[in-house]
Design a protein around this ligand. Structure first.
Ligand SMILES: Nc1ncnc2c1ncn2[C@@H]1O[C@H](COP(=O)(O)OP(=O)(O)O)[C@@H](O)[C@H]1O
Ligand SMILES: [Mg+2]
Length: 223
C-alpha cells in the first residue's frame, strides 16, 4: 500500500517565487488498484507523481510504500527503489531515438545486475506484453507515436515493477491508440500492478477497472 500523510510541496521556499504546489495531501492507494489522478493543467498532478516516484522530495509529510517512508530515502536508495519497484510512462515517451526498441527497453535493467540471457528473456516478455515485439530491432526514430508509447510501456514493465506511474500517457495519442493504451493498462491491472495515472483526459472517466478517481485542484485533493 501507498500511504501519503500530510504531504506538502513548496517550490522555491522563502523566496519571492515561493509556490505551494501540494497542500496537506492525505491519500491511501491499495496494492493492485488503479487510481486516476485528475485535474487541470497546473493542479499539481506531476508534482505528486514525481514525489511518489522519488524523483522529487516533499517539503513536509510522509509517503510510505509498504510501511517504508520513501520521502526519507537517501538518493542511492531511492534510485534503487525506482529501478526495482517502479515503472514510469510519460507523455513525451522519453525514449532514445537513435537506439532500437529492444535497447531502449534493456536500459531499464542495467542497474539491476541481470546477465545477458536474463535481460534478453525479460525484454522479449515485456515487448510481447506491450504488443511491440515485431518492431524490436527498429530504431525508435522510425516508430509512430502509438508504437513509441508501446515501447515506453515495455520499458516501464520490463523490471516487473509493483507500481506503474503514468503522467498524461494519452496526451500525444490519437483516439485509437488511446484505447489501445487503456487496454494495456487493464492487462497490467490483471497482473496485479498498482497503477497511478495523472491525466486530464476524459477518456479515463468511466473505465470498469478503475478503482478510484481522485480530483486535485490547486494542490488540494477535493472529495
Ligand atoms: N520545479 C518547479 N519550480 C517551481 N514551480 C513548479 C515546479 N514544478 C512545478 N511547479 C508549479 O507547480 C504547479 C503544479 O505543477 P504540476 O505538478 O506540473 O501540475 P500538473 O501536472 O497538474 O499540470 C504549477 O503551478 C507549476 O508551475
Ligand atoms: Mg503534469
Amino acid at each position: 500500500m501507498i500511504k501519503i500523510t500530510n504531504l506538502n510541496k513548496i517550490f522555491n521556499e522563502n523566496t519571492k517565487r515561493e509556490f505551494h504546489a501540494l497542500k496537506n495531501i492525505n491519500l491511501e492507494i491499495k496494492n493492485s488498484s488503479c487510481v486516476i489522478l485528475k485535474g487541470i493543467s497546473g493542479s499539481g498532478k506531476s508534482t505528486l507523481l514525481s514525489i511518489i516516484g522519488t524523483l522529487l522530495k516533499p517539503t513536509s509529510g510522509s509517503i510510505e510504500v509498504e510501511n517504508e517512508n520513501i520521502a526519507k530515502l537517501p538518493d542511492l536508495h531511492s534510485s534503487k527503489f525506482r529501478a526495482k519497484e517502479l515503472g514510469f510512462i510519460f507523455q513525451s515517451y522519453n525514449l532514445f531515438d537513435t537506439l532500437s526498441v529492444k535497447d531502449n527497453v534493456s536500459i531499464a535493467l542495467i542497474p539491476l545486475g541481470f546477465n545477458q540471457k536474463q535481460i534478453d528473456e525479460m525484454v522479449l516478455k515485456a515487448l510481447e506484453l506491450a504488443n511491440i515485439s515485431h518492431k524490436k530491432e527498429e530504431l525508435v526514430y522510425n516508430l509512430s507515436g502509438g508504437e513509441k508509447q508501446r515501447c515506453a510501456i515495455a520499458r516501464a514493465i520490463v523490471n516487473n515493477p509493483k507500481i506503474i506511474l503514468c503522467d498524461e500517457p494519452t496526451a500525444n495519442l490519437d483516439y485509437d491508440n488511446s484505447i489501445i493504451f487503456i487496454e494495456t493498462l487493464k492487462m497490467l491491472k490483471s497482473l496485479n500492478k498498482t497503477i497511478i495515472v495523472a491525466t486530464h483526459d476524459p477518456i479515463f472517466d468511466n473505465l470498469d477497472f478503475v478503482d478510484n478517481i481522485i480530483n486535485i485542484k490547486n494542490g488540494i485533493i477535493c472529495e
